[in-house]
Design a protein around this ligand. Structure first.
Ligand SMILES: N[C@@H](CCC(=O)N[C@@H](CS)C(=O)NCC(=O)O)C(=O)O
Length: 216
């Protein structure tokens, strides 16, 4: 059986949510953040990256959200929550699955670090905010008139995308992005999303972060 090593207030909510949507059995091991931000030493010992989410499945230790979602869907979910391989929807699914952590998250996190530098970070603001606007602007235009990233039903790509949309909302980035705000609300209302919150406990993403560097 899969064990989800759940670091509170973290991306591992994605995997709890995935398991709830698939109706698969799983165990949860809870970990508190160390010094407010970091994974604690016993979490770091699970896998060389020491990052959440990490799951164990027998002897396998698997890290990285997108890889875990794809692994669970293929190995335990009989391909549910992903479009048929080779279809146009699958191409879009793959792009979103990889784009979220590979592209969208980078400028968002940079914005937070640059914000921590205060005045010293100001020369980087135009570049960082340009990239944030580009990525969230792309997602906003792609989600207009849609309830899901792909097709007419939830896929693993929605589970991957929601965490960053949620984080962006908490940083005030969605004020002029109604399609993403509506999408986030639809995802947060799903019974499986809510059950995952109950199983995981605290999901206070706002408590972790200093603010983004402000756009000039
Ligand atoms: N791209 C990775 C990012 C993993 C990541 O940075 N996780 C954060 C939690 S949301 C973490 O483990 N932070 C604690 C630390 O860095 O010690 C993924 O999607 O799995």
């Amino acid at each position: 059986m899969i064990t989800i090593h759940h670091l509170h207030n973290s991306r591992s909510h994605r995997i709890l949510w995935l398991m709830e949507e698939l109706g698969l059995p799983y165990a949860v091991k809870h970990y508190e953040r160390h010094e407010r931000l970091f994974a604690p030493p016993d979490y770091q010992r699970l896998h060389g990256l020491g990052k959440s989410p990490t799951i164990t499945d027998g002897d396998r230790v698997i890290a990285e959200s997108g890889a875990i979602i794809e692994y669970v869907i293929e190995v335990h979910g009989s391909g549910r929550l992903r479009p048929p391989v080779g279809s146009d929807d699958w191409v879009r699914y793959l792009q979103w699955m990889h784009m979220i952590e590979g592209s969208v998250t980078l400028p968002f996190i940079l914005g937070i670090y640059v914000g921590m530098l205060g005045e010293a970070g100001k020369p980087l603001h135009p570049r960082v905010h340009g990239e944030i606007d580009k990525h969230f602007g792309f997602m906003e235009s792609e989600m207009a008139g849609r309830d899901f990233v792909v097709g007419d039903d939830l896929t693993g790509a929605d589970i991957q995308a929601t965490f960053i949309v949620e984080s962006a909302s908490l940083q005030g980035l969605l004020g002029d992005r109604p399609a993403l705000l509506r999408y986030l609300s639809l995802m947060q209302q799903r019974p499986a999303y809510r059950r995952a919150l109950e199983k995981g406990g605290s999901h206070d993403l706002d408590s972790l972060r200093p603010g983004l560097a402000k756009a000039e």
